[in-house]
Write a protein that binds this ligand. Structure first.
Ligand code: BES
Ligand code: MN
Ligand code: ZN
Length: 495
């Protein structure tokens, strides 16, 4: 369950709540909310600043329990860093840290005055949206595959009221919808691949469609239907796994009947062992997140439906598992894709593009979309190039690229563009087929994009490589829910 969000304008010293959140900058600069609490409590905050107990360091927190002169039972003072360098990323960070600190307290509701903190170039509505999404992000817990615990006696955070005028309500409702999409994405991606296999993804998509009105429908193609249609590339990848491939297509008709839909396609490799070109053991467990693109586009779809956007949208997920087996596809195989183009397999670990090419062909043909966007954990090279902070964006359409970059900036779910110049295309030359599935040592993220471009001729298309951004690495690394916010914002901007 996502947090419940609401807006309020009661002053922090008189609001009746288990907890209020106020911010303090470095060098003892109090926000106006902190100043009000301070004067109501006869200088409690200033005294703690003077004693060095409250530093204002960004993300730090100090609990004041039952402060005199204040109605609320607790005041949690959050450090904001230096006032002069406050920016969007810091604002997001302090909201995340504030919610983490709240998670350690027995409070089920809080009133946050952090939304009053000025961020240069950003509106109040923006602050409310980012604060809501940051809070819900920090409140998420993965519990699905732990032994069920005794229902904890500790009260858990369930509701946040942000200090802001009613103008921010529309943005807050959108944030709730997007938070729901983000949660769906994170939960699906975090599940282990022995649970989250292609059939599981299909059933989750179907269940969502069933829970909505008739404007939302779901269709699932199984491997037999795909075989009949000629998905030769996608099915080759799936052949080594006992878990059969599925193609999931969600449709949302929120717009006019004649309007061309926007289309998302997401890479749904529920586990990527590399296949016969087997990956090394170390870190292979992270390849359960190789369906992050699928989870991301499904989450963005859910956000769009929950926002009730007045547009038509389709979301297509090719779902397979890439495994080594006696029946696996192999390096040197030549596949015939759905488009008719033949593909020489030089590495079975470059499987994402092989399922996406057929899914892109099918989506373009079936829905004739206005715009086609795919999201995929496609290349390690993209992580080398951009690290964990920006998704790689590739498109031959400057206007579409600009729209997506702007949506990323707005939501702090940023992308950075890489070129798709024809110069790179020759790296995909093959002596045995129309195209090879790998492009050699250099520019691996771009040649993967170039490969996809061969299957999106005539489409207004963009590709997001989210290999670095879809999850946090390490033992306890969780799915991030990216690029749900970016895609949802892009759709919002189209409305
Ligand atoms: N799923 C991987 C890409 C990946 C690797 C994502 C590491 C996140 C972290 C993809 O299927 C893959 O294996 N790509 C290969 C392509 C290569 C064989 C051309 C890669 O990046 O090494
Ligand atoms: Mn791979
Ligand atoms: Zn992969």
């Amino acid at each position: 369950m996502t947090l419940q969000f609401s807006l309020g304008t009661t002053s922090p010293e008189t609001v009746d709540s288990p907890c209020v959140l106020v911010g303090v900058y470095e060098q003892g600069v109090l926000t106006s909310a902190a100043a009000r609490v301070d004067s109501a409590s006869e200088g409690l905050i200033k005294r703690q600043v003077e004693s060095g107990d409250i530093t204002g360091k960004a993300g730090s927190s100090m609990l004041l329990f039952a402060p005199p002169g204040v109605t609320a039972k607790r005041v949690l003072v959050i450090g904001l860093g230096a006032q002069k360098s406050m920016d969007g990323a810091r604002f997001q960070k302090v909201n995340i840290e504030a919610t983490r600190a709240l998670g350690r307290l027995p409070v089920d509701a809080v009133v946050s005055y952090l939304t009053e903190v000025e961020v240069p170039g950003r509106s109040e509505a923006w602050r409310v949206r980012i604060a809501a999404l940051a809070s819900d992000f920090a409140a998420y817990r993965y519990t699905a595959t732990f032994k069920p615990r005794e229902k904890s006696k500790q009260t858990e955070l369930a509701a946040i009221t942000f200090s802001a005028g009613t103008d921010a309500q529309v943005g807050l409702d959108q944030a709730s919808a997007i938070a729901e999409g983000v949660r769906f994405t994170r939960e699906l991606a975090n599940l282990p691949p022995n649970i989250c296999n292609p059939a599981w993804i299909a059933s989750q998509a179907q269940a969502f469609a069933d829970s909505q009105d008739e404007r939302t429908t779901c269709k699932v193609l199984d491997h037999v239907e795909m075989e009949q249609l000629g998905f030769g590339s996608l099915l080759a990848v799936a052949r080594g796994s006992a878990n059969k491939a599925k193609l999931v297509a969600l449709e949302y008709k929120g717009g006019n009947a004649g309007d061309k839909p926007y289309a998302f396609v997401g890479k749904g490799v529920t586990f990527d062992s590399g296949g016969i070109s087997l990956k090394p053991g170390a870190g292979m467990e992270e390849m359960k997140f190789d369906m992050g693109g699928a989870a991301g586009v499904l989450g963005a779809f859910i956000a769009a439906v929950k926002m009730g956007l007045k547009l038509n949208l389709v979301c297509v997920v090719p779902a397979v598992e890439n495994m080594p087996d006696g029946d696996s596809y192999r390096p040197s195989d030549v596949l015939t894709s759905l488009s008719g183009l033949t593909i020489e397999v030089l590495n079975t670990d470059a499987e994402g593009r092989l399922i996406l090419c057929d899914a892109l062909t099918w989506t373009a043909k079936t829905f004739q979309p206005h715009t086609l966007i795919d999201a995929a954990t496609l290349t390690g090279a993209c992580v080398v190039a951009l690290g964990k902070h920006a998704s790689g964006l590739m498109s031959k359409h400057d206007d579409l690229a600009a729209e997506l970059l702007a949506a990323g900036e707005e939501t702090l779910d940023r992308a950075w563009r890489l070129p798709l110049w024809d110069d790179y295309q020759t790296q995909l030359d093959s002596g045995f087929a129309d195209v090879a599935n790998i492009g050699g040592k250099t520019a691996g993220a771009i040649t993967a994009g170039c490969f996809l471009s061969r299957f999106t001729d005539g489409q207004r298309w963009a590709h997001l490589d989210i290999a670095g951004t879809a999850w946090d690495e390490g033992r306890k690394g969780l799915a991030t829910g990216r690029p749900v916010a970016l895609l949802a914002q892009w759709l919002l901007d189209r409305g």
